[in-house]
Design a protein around this ligand. Structure first.
Ligand code: AR6
Length: 186
């Protein structure tokens, strides 16, 4: 599915985010920035050690206690097609979705796009943050993701394409439903 909002292309697709050719891809990291499973593991393994090296530097300088949930930082994309990786940390939900989870997840998407803009990046791909190991419910997470991205696109006329790269048909379905619902409400 594809639509254009305020001049920015918003694309939903099924795929593996490590294969994307956007200028930046977003990593669903944890606050240590030292890697892990899921998208994080796939990005570090395909992108190579240069990514971890830069993450270590960020931990030694800006974020010695770890990257707070909802914030975002940028590193090289190493061997990936994408030039950059933007690392963000979504909330840990354990199947629940409180107002605080919603706010933190919203911030993770919004701040990732802010970091992209600050670095002159115009095309960004997102995975479905927090809906794997962190177990946030897909329906509400998809809606929050869409709200954050659409708010950013409306507020800041800079990014030309935001792409959601969703790992399975069923995850895609939730994002498509959320986007359709929001477009109908507008
Ligand atoms: N491309 C696109 N989506 C993917 C890929 C991929 N290559 N691999 C997995 N997904 P998760 P989280 C989907 O667990 O919930 C890590 O260990 C997956 O199907 O990667 O934010 C970190 O280090 C799911 O829909 O991220 C953290 O400790 C989505 O990506 C923790 O997991 C997110 O699943 C973060 O948990």
């Amino acid at each position: 599915m594809e639509t254009t909002i305020n001049g920015t292309k918003l694309v939903l697709k099924i795929g593996d985010i490590t294969e994307e050719d956007t200028q930046a891809i977003v990593n669903a990291a944890n606050s240590t920035l030292m890697g892990g499973g899921g998208v994080d593991g796939a990005i570090h393994s395909k992108g190579g050690p240069a990514i971890l090296e830069e993450c270590k530097k960020i931990r030694q300088t800006t974020y010695p206690d770890g990257l707070p949930t909802g914030e975002a930082v940028i590193t090289t994309g190493g061997n990936l097609k994408a030039e950059y990786v933007i690392h963000t940390v979504g909330p840990v939900c354990h199947g629940r979705f409180t107002e605080n989870h919603e706010k933190l997840l919203y911030n993770a998407y919004y701040n990732s796009l802010k970091v992209a803009k600050e670095n002159g990046i115009k095309t960004v791909a997102f995975p479905s943050i927090s809906t794997g190991a962190y177990r946030c419910p897909l329906d509400l997470s998809a809606r929050t993701a869409m709200m954050a991205v659409i708010d950013f696109i409306k507020n800041e006329n800079y990014i030309t394409e935001v792409r959601f790269v969703l790992f399975t048909d069923s995850i895609y379905y939730y994002y498509e439903e959320a986007l359709k619902e929001i477009l109908n409400e507008a």
